[in-house]
Write a protein that binds this ligand. Structure first.
Ligand SMILES: Cc1cc2nc3c(=O)[nH]c(=O)nc-3n(C[C@H](O)[C@H](O)[C@H](O)COP(=O)(O)OP(=O)(O)OC[C@H]3O[C@@H](n4cnc5c(N)ncnc54)[C@H](O)[C@@H]3O)c2cc1C
Length: 590
């Protein structure tokens, strides 16, 4: 007799996006089943940088502390450097060309800390996924099924009927799901549903070698990535970029990954035997003892799904967008997709919102992820600007590039000029390594979003992606400020919790808004946490007063994902009607 499971949400895929979806849904009180075809989480290191926005989300959902406990602290990954090699005694060996503060570390720290209650961290997917799996299982072990595959599905009037196989036993069962999150990486669901992935594909084959070696003599306690630039390398991507992978952080990192870019038609790219000699040659460490764990291939694309919703199926993570690794937006964007989608599913499943709220998922996430994919591609291509800026000419005879490197390190006016040019050029890569605004400054455009426009214009964004301008304009992420709650320090982000509650922030004269929110909450069956800043919560240092852009009688409505849904700069005539109308618009209950 075949078994049937009826469940509100089926998650296909147990990568970073699927596991995060499960954690968020559990916290939101929504039952679900996660099905992953592999017996275990990823065996490849893959993505590693978790940006501030992702860590804010994980903090809200009670996962951040577990990650900080084992992840790389910001003090140990806040720099990027460009070098000719790690070892060697040649005149051009061991030269540091440039060093840049990155990811909110070092000189960036004060600015990044002012804008968020958290720091970014670094923790490779190979270790992050087991941690997320444990967190997901802690919230409901029966919901997580590895070594299970979704074989087939059909959309009906009341959801999706899927056939799942248990690969241990070969038993098949049926899942009747009201909704499906396709966090499958893009291999199965989208293609079968006729979703087109739009954009350039097959740019390069990124060959990543994951290995163990003692490099403590050659690394430092600040650098996350070393880019190698030398006369023999065709380009920085061709030469290689090396990343510390822990589990000990800093110079004593045991594991490393070196990425080489190959043309997808280069026959050499599968020549694994050539990898170890090439690595030793790149590092100029001919006697280095190293143990290779895995050589993996990743074909780089910059593609975004034309549709993110097909009936009751929602694409998320790599299923909806795939981009170059530069700026580290791949996994981060996937986790942020899950965060946007799950609170909306929860509102609809609980009956507070209509199906129209689910349409806002694509309207909000597709433009943000398209911008992110374009940014990643720009940052990827910009590495060739660096090659040119240091005088490396791809394809030129070796002696030409050797001469260029000698000139770069020479004494005198020419050397000074070339180094100054190199510095200016490499600093354009701040767009990748100091992308603070790209990471936390994105906002949801008004059209089609679960947001009520107030007629204001968005603040200007920095063309370099580095300078974040906080705003309480609807659609934006709620600016962070530390507040005092009866002796406890809380962030403005803590006004909402992780159970799907809305937040209403008012000034000291905003009591009428608080009463109006209570009426709306009763009417729609939702919960609203009211925070009167200046009354229940103290803004001791006046930080919030500088950010809020509303008067003492104004109010800001915050969604469960800490994006602003609506605001009124001053007290309105009819607060109850205004507030109810705002909720109607947001919850799709016009
Ligand atoms: C080799 C490689 C190296 C990478 N390196 C980097 C890097 O250095 N930096 C970076 O930023 N990003 C990197 N990425 C990209 C990054 O890993 C992805 O952005 C991230 O994994 C996306 O997470 P996801 O959960 O959306 O998808 P995935 O991690 O792809 O997870 C999807 C899961 O769905 C499962 N699945 C698919 N179909 C089914 C089905 N029918 N039934 C059940 N399960 C199913 C798959 O088995 C898979 O585990 C790399 C990717 C690869 C492949």
């Amino acid at each position: 007799m075949s078994t049937t499971i009826d469940i509100p949400v089926l998650i296909i895929g147990g990568g970073g996006c699927g596991l995060s979806s499960s954690i968020f849904l559990s916290n939101l009180g929504i039952d679900h089943l996660l099905v992953e075809r592999h017996p275990s989480t990823s065996v490849l290191p893959k993505a590693h940088y978790l940006n501030q926005r992702t860590m804010e989300i994980y903090r809200q959902h009670g996962v951040a502390d577990a990650i900080y406990e084992v992840g790389c602290p910001i003090e140990k990954f806040g720099q990027i450097r460009w070098m000719t090699s790690l070892g060697g005694d040649g005149v051009l060996d061991r030269k540091e060309i440039h060093r840049m503060d990155a990811f909110g570390g070092n000189s960036l720290r004060e600015r990044y800390d002012a804008d968020s209650p958290v720091t970014a961290t670094n923790y490779p997917q190979l270790r992050l996924e087991p941690l997320l799996r444990a967190e997901a299982e802690k919230r409901g072990a029966e919901r997580i099924r590895y070594n299970h595959e979704v074989l087939d599905w059909e959309q009906t009037d009341s959801g999706v009927v899927a056939t799942v196989v248990n690969r241990d036993t070969n038993e098949r069962f049926t899942v009747n799901a009201r909704y499906v999150i396709a966090a499958d990486g893009g291999k199965s669901v989208g293609p079968r549903e006729g979703v087109a992935m739009v954009g350039p594909t097959g740019m390069v084959d990124m060959v990543s070698t994951h290995f163990t070696a003692d490099l403590s003599e050659y690394w430092d306690d600040q650098t996350l990535i070393t880019w190698f630039l030398n006369p023999e390398g065709e380009s920085s991507w061709g030469a290689g970029a090396m990343v510390q992978m822990g589990p000990t952080w800093g110079r004593n990192s045991e594991e490393w990954v070196v990425h080489f870019a190959f043309r997808p038609d280069d026959p050499e790219r599968f020549n694994e035997e050539a990898i170890v000699p090439r690595l030793r040659e790149l590092l100029r460490l001919p006697d280095l003892t190293l143990q290779v764990h895995k050589v993996s291939h990743w074909i780089l694309d910059r593609i975004v799904a034309d549709r993110w919703r097909v009936g009751d199926i929602f694409l998320a993570g790599d299923a909806a967008h795939r981009q170059p690794p530069t700026t580290g937006l791949g996994l981060n964007t996937g986790i942020q997709d899950a965060y946007n989608l799950t609170w909306k599913l929860a509102q609809v499943i609980k009956g507070s919102a209509t199906d129209a709220l689910l349409d806002t998922y694509e309207a909000e996430r597709k433009p943000v992820s398209t911008d992110g994919a374009d940014w990643a591609l720009m940052a990827f291509a910009n590495h060739t600007v660096i090659d040119a800026g240091i005088g490396l000419t791809p394809g030129a005879p070796l002696e030409v590039n050797v001469a260029a490197f000698h000139a770069l390190f020479s004494d005198g006016l020419l050397g000074d000029a070339l180094r100054a040019r190199a510095e200016t050029t490499i600093n354009t890569q701040q767009a990748e390594f100091q992308a603070h605004d790209v990471e936390i400054g994105y906002h949801y455009a008004i059209d089609g979003a679960a947001v009520v426009a107030d007629g204001s214009a968005p603040p200007p964004r920095s063309a370099t992606g580095t300078i974040y301008t906080p705003s309480t304009r609807p659609g934006h992420r709620l600016p962070h400020a530390w507040l005092d709650k009866q002796g406890d320090r809380i962030s403005t982000h803590d006004i909402v919790d992780n159970t799907g509650v809305f937040g209403l922030i008012t000034g000291s004269d905003g009591s009428a808004w608080a009463r109006a929110a209570e009426v709306a909450a009763d009417k729609f069956g939702i919960r609203v946490n009211v925070a009167r800043i200046g009354a229940d919560l103290a803004d001791e240092h006046g930080t919030w007063a500088k950010l809020r852009e509303i008067g003492d009688g104004g109010a800001i409505l915050v969604r469960p994902d800490n994006h602003i849904a609506w605001r009124s700069v001053e007290l309105a005539e009819d607060t109850e009607h205004t507030m109810t109308a705002a909720f109607e618009a947001i919850l799709g209950r016009h």
